[in-house]
Design a binder for this molecule. Structure first.
Ligand code: F6R
Length: 613
């Protein structure tokens, strides 16, 4: 969602802020703004991308060694210059940037209006700025800025990551977190603050992650950490493990393409160190303590959103087939509001790339309150989900900057495949031979993905033929049904072409009515248990003149003779096929989106991490 960056030290703040905003632009790009403390607080804000803000600021005085910056993903109020952050209170005493949603902002706003406050924007953030100021002024010099912030936050319902400048105390930044992440970078005589580590990593690798209800008072050479209730806390300093190369494009035209091509490595990194060198065993250290609970679980509930939910659906097939444990896959947003039935011997697995998705986090809390064991599968080290869960496994995909998730998905499926294989072995539902052969199959995935990536020119040519289609249908069966859903999601989110994923057999129950010569149908049809059935489904599409793009096992001549186009993937065990077959679909959506001139890395209306519900 919105991105936050701040700096306090002795360097010029503006270049640090603008560079940080560019790094954060993947989080939100409706508008951007900065506030810099010089002789006075200078504020610049502009609708559109960070480059628009840069144009506005060109040749203006931006000198100052303390400042804050923000990229916005609109929640309250349309994207425009006025609603862009930072927001200043009526008497200019406080300037605020904010990520999250103040749920009771309407009530607070009315109270402030009754006391004479007038509002320039439609945002909840301006309400917060004015609330802080109102409390501060009412304190008549008895309370300082930090105290006013803490008192204001105690009246706020909702989620926030905020950074505040006070006019009367211009030597500090005040930051607070509830629900929306904030990380502080520690330099020499300087501090950085951001909503994630990407703007910080080029300056320092020493960081402090704020916890919920933390308030940080940051001077250039001093950091004080407190609770909102004013109890002092000892900061926990941690080392960042990401490197700067991982957040740059490294010669690729887009982050998405780079991340698709990184998959041989990101999948390898995800199982490296977890599979014994002689392939005799898989170990997931993060689950060691909870393994007896997993083995005894009568049911596993998987909670996630979007692409991560599709990874969860793959896991339903994996775990039920290999380990014979019933699995339910839930959207976080539905689970949290529908009074779910949760037993103490349920194991809940939350899957999230960012580790900050608001609905997934809320669902985790419900499951914890009901006494279930909750595990997390997350890509961002130190994010909220790994901290809120009882145990878990990190996917080691590296930072994912493209808004459309690609390498995070295959890393999630890699972890889930490992969990299913371990559980199958421990539950005696797979034989020793199957166990060893599945491990071997998994470790072969990186080189098979390398092979698939060589088909990029073929996929590009196919994309050229279908880039103007208005609808796409994606079909798959069994393990490949979630891949069909994922292929359809990738296409619609970055190319704005309407696409639907279906279990192939369901086509006859409705979608077949859509098929004519203008309908491209992507069929994931590798050779597995349902191969014969999917061949029939392809015939049904062809009989109605649909155009078939089939993802097939290499050497398949049957489908080749029927389909309009085939993209081959190496042969594999059917449980491994999702990891391979999704890759051509990622490339197909990428090329179509580029050919349609869409902003692939920053699709309209989307944000990388959805920290509001
Ligand atoms: C799609 C996509 C989203 C995310 C979803 C969940 O490409 O990226 O659908 O998968 O917003 O995000 P995380 O995994 O961060 O919880």
């Amino acid at each position: 969602m919105c991105g936050i960056v701040g700096y306090i030290g002795e360097k010029d703040a503006y270049p640090i802020l603008i560079n940080g905003l560019k790094r954060l632009e993947y989080r939100g790009y409706d508008s951007a703004g900065v506030a810099i403390i010089g002789n006075e607080t200078k504020i610049f804000k502009k609708k559109g991308k960070v480059s628009e803000l840069e144009k506005l600021v060109k040749n203006k005085d931006v000198s100052g060694v303390i400042g804050i910056g923000h990229t916005r993903w609109a929640t309250h109020g349309e994207p425009n210059d006025v609603n862009a952050h930072p927001h200043t209170s009526q008497n200019n005493k406080f300037t605020v940037i904010h990520n999250g949603i103040i749920e009771n902002y309407g009530r607070l706003k009315r109270k402030l209006e009754d006391r004479g406050y007038k509002f320039k924007s439609q945002t909840d953030t301006e309400v917060l700025a004015n609330l802080i100021e109102y409390i501060y002024i009412k304190g008549n010099g008895e309370i300082d800025a930090e105290h006013a912030v803490r008192l204001a936050l105690s009246k706020v319902i909702g989620a926030y990551g905020i950074v505040i400048i006070s006019k009367d105390e211009p030597d500090k930044l005040i930051a607070a977190r509830k629900g929306s992440p904030l990380v502080i970078g520690i330099g020499e005589g300087e501090y950085y603050i951001a909503s994630d580590a990407t703007p910080i990593i080029e300056h320092t690798d020493s960081v402090i992650y704020l916890n919920n209800d933390n308030v940080a008072i940051i001077k250039k050479d001093q950091l004080t950490l407190k609770t909102i209730g004013n109890d002092e806390l000892k900061p926990l300093i941690q080392k960042l493990t990401m490197d700067i190369g991982s957040i740059e494009k490294n010669g690729y035209e887009h982050f998405m393409l780079k991340e698709i091509f990184e998959q041989p490595k990101s999948i390898l990194d995800t199982f490296r160190g977890r599979v014994a060198a002689d392939l005799s065993e898989i170990r997931l250290g993060g689950l060691f303590e909870v393994m007896p609970k997993l083995e005894k679980a009568k049911r596993i509930i998987i909670i996630a959103c979007g692409t991560s939910w599709h990874a969860g659906l793959v896991a339903e097939y994996l775990i039920e087939t290999l380990a014979r444990v019933p699995v339910e896959v839930e959207y976080g947003s539905e689970f949290r509001y529908r009074k779910p039935i949760i037993y103490e011997d349920d194991v809940v697995i939350a899957i999230s790339q960012s580790g900050e998705t608001a609905d997934t986090l809320a669902a985790i809390n419900i499951a914890k309150e009901a006494g279930a064991t909750v595990l997390g599968i997350c890509n961002v080290v130190g994010a909220s989900i790994p901290r809120e869960t009882h145990a878990g496994v990190y996917t080691h995909a590296g930072p994912e900057i493209g808004v459309a998730s690609t390498k995070a998905f295959t890393a999630q499926v890699t972890v889930l495949t490992m969990i299913a294989i371990i559980l199958g072995k421990n539950n005696n539902t797979i034989s020793d031979d199957e166990y060893t052969s599945l491990i071997k199959e998994l470790t072969d995935v990186p080189k098979k993905v390398e092979e698939i990536l060589k088909s990029d020119p073929i996929i590009k040519k196919i994309s050229e033929l279908y880039k103007d289609a208005t609808n796409f249908l994606y079909l798959g069966r069994g393990y490949l049904f979630p891949v069909a859903l994922e292929g359809a999601l990738k296409l619609k989110e970055i190319s704005y072409i309407h696409a639907e994923g279906y279990p192939a057999a369901e086509m006859k129950h409705g979608p077949i009515a859509l098929i004519d010569e203008n309908m491209p149908v992507v069929v994931i049809a590798t050779q597995d248990n349902s191969y014969e059935k999917i061949v029939s489904n392809i015939q049904e599409v062809k009989a109605r003149n649909g155009k078939v793009i089939a993802i097939v096992t290499e050497g398949d001549t049957v489908i080749k003779s029927m389909a309009d186009h085939v993209i081959e993937v190496p042969k594999s065990h059917e449980a491994i096929a999702p990891l391979l077959t999704v890759v051509p679909l990622q490339l197909l959506s990428y090329h179509i989106a580029v050919m349609r001139d869409c902003n692939v890395d920053q699709p309209r209306n989307l944000a990388k991490s959805v920290t509001v519900e």
